[in-house]
Each structure stands twice: as C-alpha cells, then as structure tokens.
Design a protein around this ligand. Structure first.
Ligand SMILES: [Zn+2]
Ligand SMILES: [Zn+2]
Length: 323
C-alpha cells in the first residue's frame, strides 16, 4: 500500500511521511524532534520504521528538527550538495578566527578524517536532548575546544548524508524519486515526484511561479500537493513589511491562491485523485479562500469530478491519503 501523510505544512514547519512497498521516507523535517514524534503518533505512524529523510531546501521551516531527528532515528539524510552546504552554514555561524586558530582547526579536521578512516563499531548514541536543539547545538559547537566529543558537538553532524541532483531520478528502497528545480530563494531548492507501486505523487511548495519544467513534472500524477500560500489582496493589505511582501510576491517567493488556480485551470491535466493545497500562510491567507479559489478552478472542468480537494494544515496532521 502507498500512503502519503502530511504531518505539518506552513511557515512554522513542513513535514510529510511517505510509505511505498517496504520503504518509508520523511520529506523535510521542519518540526522540532519532539513535535515530530507527537505528530507521528497522532497520525498512527511509527518513527522507528523510517528509512531516510529527504530535504527540499534549507529554509528553517523545512529543516528545523533535521539534525536531532536524523540522529535520534539513526537514518541518512538526502540533500543536494548545495542545500547540504547551505544548511551547514546556517547551523555554524561564521566566527572570526585568528591564523593560529585556523591552523588548529585544520589539524583538528585532519585528525577527524583520520579517525573516520578507522572503522569503529558501536558509534555512541547521540545524547542530545529532545528539545529543539539547533541553537543549543550551535552554542555547544562554539564552546567546544576540540578533541573528545567533537563530533557530537558538531551541530551539522548527521548519521549519513547522500547527495542527489535535480533532474536525476534516484530511488530509496521501493520509492522512486524525481527531484526537479523550483524557483525559490534558497541555494538549490527542489520539488519531487515520488513513485511507488505504480502510484505517482508530486510535492511542489515554496515556489515563486510554476515554470514550464515544473508544469511538465506535474503531469500524470495521482496525488498533487501544491502550494497555495497567500491571497494577493490579503498579502497586499496584510501586516508584513514592504520588503517581505516583495519577497513573497517575487519570482522566487511563494505561490499565491491565484497562481495555483491559474495552473489548475490552464495547465493541470486533471489526473490526480487528490489535490492537496499546502504551505498556506497564517497571516495572508484563509483556508476558505484557498479552497474556494481551487474549487472554482477545478469545477470549470467536467473531467475533474474525481479530484478530491484537501487542505494541509500547520497545526495537525492531515489524514493519510492511501492508494
Ligand atoms: Zn517553506
Ligand atoms: Zn522556503
């Protein structure tokens, strides 16, 4: 059975669990580890059965609990290389370094590489607290004076890292993943089409507009999770400072209800059994506005009666969609 469960969606945290065959993956880890475990329980999912975490981009609402969750579960994290680097930079604030400190740092890294070359058994379990720990982790790293426990104190340390590239499909166990580039102000952001047991599911949030390539990727899917971030009037009249409004509206910002509807009317092929509106803004949107806008867009097309429209929320998991 294929199962798709949105645990959280919005600017305070994004996370989705996907099961296909014997494989389960988590797409983005935007919730704190503790909250992630709570939501998994609510959704009837067992975190211990996850095989990997896949990251779309390094914005905080997609990676907030990443390191702690990956360590706790002892599973690999899949990134593009640029996203991994950007995430590490975000976790490790730049510190001014003297030349002597820099030399010391180089020596430390060489020693670490040496240590990694020695196969060791029984890697100590990460002892980090369950609390949302990135800030705390960064503090620990700053205080760290090298030597013992360095790895544990490195806020960017992960059990394993795998790289993928947009445009190059790959698989994790029984799930095939096709990452595609999306226009968004991050280092190397991607959306995905997932396929398992003949079911195709697309996830496209955090995009300023729908490029021709994204349109092509979203064809022939059984489930379409699409951003419907803001209502243009609400954003215009809303509380955000001008610069933030400009960012959201830009070609590398977020998709409006209007833009999502435009896609549904003009480019969507109507094939999906489920359309899930996602990443709704809490300040600049209302679920009803997003819903009505998408419903109108879908209703204009007689062939689309089978499309079930769902709204992903920020504060509770959406019921699992099963195929
Ligand atoms: Zn986001
Ligand atoms: Zn983003």
């Amino acid at each position: 059975m294929v199962r798709f469960t949105v645990l959280a969606s919005g600017s305070k945290g994004n996370s989705t669990v996907l099961s296909g065959g014997r494989t389960r993956i988590l797409v983005d880890a935007g919730l704190s580890c503790r909250e992630f475990f709570r939501r998994m329980k609510l959704a009837g999912e067992d975190p211990a059965t996850l095989d990997a975490i896949v990251v779309t981009h390094e914005h905080q609402d997609h990676v907030n609990g990443l390191a702690v969750t990956a360590r706790k579960l002892g599973i690999p994290v899949y990134f593009t290389e640029a996203t991994h680097r950007a995430w590490m930079r975000w976790l490790t604030p730049r510190r001014q370094m003297t030349y002597a400190q820099w030399l010391e740092e180089c020596r430390r890294q060489a020693a670490e590489r040496q240590a990694e070359a020695d196969p060791r058994e029984g890697e100590p379990e990460d002892a980090e607290s369950e609390s949302d720990a990135q800030a705390a982790g960064a503090d620990q790293a700053a205080e760290s004076n090298g030597g013992q426990g360095e790895r544990k104190n490195d806020p960017a340390w992960l059990p394993a890292v795998e790289y993928f590239e947009a445009g190059r499909p790959f698989c994790i166990g029984d799930i095939d993943l096709s990452p595609f580039t999306i226009p968004h102000d991050a280092a190397d952001p991607v959306g995905f089409v997932f396929a398992s047991e003949g079911i195709r599911m697309a996830l496209a949030t955090d995009l300023g507009y729908i490029t021709p390539n994204v349109k092509a990727q979203l064809k022939g899917v059984d489930l379409l999770l699409l951003e419907s971030n803001h209502d243009l009037d609400m954003l215009r009249d809303g509380p955000y400072p001008w610069s933030v409004k400009q960012r959201v509206l830009s070609r590398v910002g977020h998709l409006s209800n209007e833009a999502a509807a435009d896609f549904l009317v003009n480019d969507y092929d109507g094939q999906a059994a489920y359309v899930i509106l996602a990443h709704l803004s809490e300040s600049n949107n209302l679920p009803e506005l997003a819903r009505v806008s998408a419903e109108r867009a879908l209703a204009g097309r007689a062939s689309l009666l089978a499309n079930r429209l769902l709204l992903a929320c920020q504060h509770e998991p959406l019921s699992a969609v099963c195929f």
